[in-house]
Design a protein around this ligand. Structure first.
Ligand SMILES: *[C@@H]1O[C@H](CO)[C@@H](O)[C@H](O)[C@H]1NC(C)=O
Ligand SMILES: *[C@@H]1O[C@H](CO)[C@@H](O)[C@H](O)[C@H]1NC(C)=O
Length: 291
């Protein structure tokens, strides 16, 4: 057995050991050759909910499944988790190109939408309980999915990312390829300006946007903390909610919950002294999703 065979055998064994993450080959239109990995719990709920969980740059779906607790929680709650992988641009999601920031135009977002549609159909999942989350580049892509496929998702959560459209026109989306202005917090716009950008990603859409809980560390210098304010301007404008109050030490010491409107559509968690990235708060995500 050659070294490569040993490695790939080992990799596939660890895949199976990790909460039965299974690779799905033919899930529909997949213009950017994404990999679809799915976790279906042994005790699947009737009409299960679906969580799309997006890794950061340099990561993979398998790694994100191992880093997070969604698979363990799905055994208690019966939801399905999809952990896709992108292998392009240092494994960063396509949040910069014109096609990637449009609906059904051949970007990563279209392949991810296909995964959702496939899973709803194959497992008779509840189309009103589909959620998206992610870390860093995965949080950037969460924002892009909210903008381009708002009709697919009931709610979103994400960690340490940027507003949809922040990287528009950048040559790449990875730290190595991107225009650094976005990550450095220099893409500053009004709520109205962000609104125009998001509307242009799905022209004619007049429905509501998914609810969002977003997390960012004040000491993040990699994807600067200023991006949290931009993301909040973007979605508060589109959702028609304004900042109402802060709740300190929620959900834990050092975190501030920033509540918009009545807190059912948009909340942020500002994590004092936390860098890149804020640890995933899976239990809080599930509460936000209503699972
Ligand atoms: C929203 O868009 C749908 C589909 O294009 C259309 O049928 C509906 O009339 C629109 N509603 C409003 C309030 O504009
Ligand atoms: C709410 O909390 C955030 C994060 O700590 C802070 O930047 C902001 O100034 C606070 N707003 C008010 C009105 O206290």
């Amino acid at each position: 057995m050659g070294v490569l065979t040993v490695i790939s055998t080992f990799a596939s064994l660890s895949l199976i050991a990790n909460g039965a993450l299974v690779r799905v080959a033919d899930f529909g239109t997949n213009p950017t050759s994404l990999q679809m990995n799915i976790n279906v719990p042994s005790k699947l709920a009737a009409k299960p909910a679906i969580i799309l969980a997006l890794h950061g740059c340099g990561g993979t779906g398998e790694q994100y499944a191992q880093m997070t607790k969604y698979n363990t929680l799905s055994e208690q709650k019966g939801f399905i988790t999809i952990f896709p992988s992108t292998k392009k641009d240092n494994n960063c999601w396509e949040v910069n190109t014109a096609k990637g920031l449009s609906r059904d135009a051949g970007g990563d977002n279209q392949g991810l939408a296909s995964m959702i549609k496939y899973t709803i159909s194959k497992y008779t999942a509840d189309a009103t309980k589909v959620f998206v989350t992610g870390t860093s580049s995965g949080c950037m892509m969460t924002n892009v999915m909210m903008a381009t496929y708002p009709d697919l998702f009931a709610a979103a959560s994400c960690y340490s990312g940027v507003a949809a459209g922040c990287l528009a026109g950048s040559p790449g989306a990875s730290p190595q390829s991107a225009d650094p202005a976005c990550a450095n917090g220099q893409k500053v716009k009004t709520a109205a300006e962000w609104g125009v950008i998001v509307k242009a990603m799905y022209p004619g859409y007049n429905g509501s946007y998914p609810r969002l809980a977003t997390w960012h560390g004040t000491s993040d210098t990699f994807v600067h903390y200023k991006n949290l304010a931009e993301m909040l301007k973007e979605w508060s404008g589109l959702m028609g909610v304004e900042f109402t109050k802060n709740a300190t030490d929620v959900p834990q010491s050092g975190y501030t919950q920033m509540v918009y409107g009545d807190g059912t559509k948009l909340v942020a968690y500002s994590a004092k002294g936390v860098g890149h990235t804020v640890p995933v708060h899976e239990a809080d995500d599930l509460v936000w999703f209503g699972l």
